[in-house]
Design a binder for this molecule. Structure first.
Ligand code: NAP
Length: 323
């Protein structure tokens, strides 16, 4: 490559926008290296996925780049058509598209159908195939952070939205010892628990408490369950905003617990701080972000993701929590 071309390319890279729009996608986004991957969201400007995925692309010498696209809900259909037209490799979907996109895609893996949400799209011969890597990313994160497998844990999940459903399904598939779903809207938690009942009909016997249960978002219910679980997972957005409280106050937490907060807006989210104050082990959701991203890379390129490079690219970031 001639020095002048390198210089020109560098200057084009320097002027690359932080966030692209539907109009850019329409024009084909003429930059070098070419944009063939991205994340659709609204808002999307704080997504950490570009730094992680671009580091992986560079390491693997794949001459393309991954960018943020600010796509509003009414723009989603046209944006997906443009992704087909411009022969993208794939996409990530984040708030608010994970559920809404499903009816616009060509096929869905079994996980997506059960969870009712997709976070990864792969483009193949103009068709959009959807996947959900949140649950598998979560399982890898738990193994890495706490050196334990889900099958050996009694788990309580806070929330019953997209992330909670992915995590709950993974816990069920890995035959965790117990699963408790706590959600503000109790009926939604109950519905999630009911959908997983088949996984919990097996022979694991654990005394008087049920293996699968939905509970109300109440202090007395938390107090009882915390004595009967090992891992508590926050899969609500509580902790995303500065000034948010811990979803469960410190006085209800206990030293035997492992606490995983899927939020990673700060090193110590309110939940992580409350858990540490109670003597528990606790981490934020950065490791889940890393592993769901590595799994997405593997879906797109059918090769192993350079995990350590991706981890370093995420390292030390205190940006807000969107993928
Ligand atoms: P979602 O589908 O909108 O679900 C939100 C859930 O949180 C619902 O169950 C809702 O309860 C509950 N909730 C909302 N506000 C609450 C409050 N103030 N108190 C108690 N519960 C509340 O959202 P999602 O897609 O599942 O995402 C949830 C969070 O997961 C995100 O904010 C993000 O932090 C995290 N996440 C992290 C990763 C990662 O890689 N680390 C990946 C995906 C998601 P109701 O049903 O009662 O409304």
């Amino acid at each position: 490559m001639s020095p002048s071309r390198t210089g020109r390319q560098r200057s084009r890279e320097k002027t690359l926008k932080n966030v692209f729009a539907l109009a850019d996608l329409d024009k084909g986004v003429d930059v070098a290296p070419p944009i063939r991957l991205g994340v659709f969201g609204d808002p999307v400007e704080h997504s950490l996925s570009p730094q992680m995925q671009n580091a992986a692309l560079k390491q693997c010498k794949i001459d393309m780049q991954y960018v943020r696209f600010h796509i509003s809900p009414p723009e989603l259909r046209e944006a997906l058509d443009l992704v087909r037209k411009h022969e993208f490799i794939g996409l990530n979907l984040t708030i608010p598209h994970k559920v809404a996109a499903l009816e616009l895609l060509d096929s869905a893996e079994e996980n997506v159908k059960r969870i009712g949400a997709a976070n990864v799209i792969k483009v193949e011969s103009g068709k959009l195939r959807s996947f959900n890597t949140d649950g598998r990313g979560f399982a890898r994160a738990i193994r890495e952070e706490f050196s334990v497998d889900l099958r050996d844990l009694r788990v309580m999940i806070l929330g019953a939205g997209g992330a909670a459903r992915a995590i709950a399904l993974q816990c069920a598939k890995e035959n965790c010892e117990r699963l408790v779903i706590a959600n503000g809207t109790f009926e939604k938690g109950q519905k999630l628990a009911d959908s997983l009942r088949d996984f919990f009909s097996g022979p694991k016997v654990l005394g008087p408490v049920p293996r699968l249960q939905a509970i109300r978002w109440e202090e007395s219910a938390f107090r009882f369950q915390i004595a009967n679980v090992d891992l508590v997972v926050n899969a609500t957005p509580v902790g995303l905003n500065r000034g948010d409280p811990s979803p469960i106050p410190s006085r209800l937490l206990a030293p035997h617990l492992m606490v995983y907060d899927t939020v990673y807006s700060a090193d110590r989210t309110p939940f992580v701080s409350a858990a540490i104050e109670a003597g528990a082990r606790a981490v934020n959701g950065l490791s889940m972000l890393l592993h769901q991203g590595a799994l997405a890379f593997e879906i797109w390129f059918e090769r192993e993701a350079p995990l350590e490079v991706m981890r370093r690219a995420l390292g030390g970031s205190g940006s807000p929590n969107t993928i």
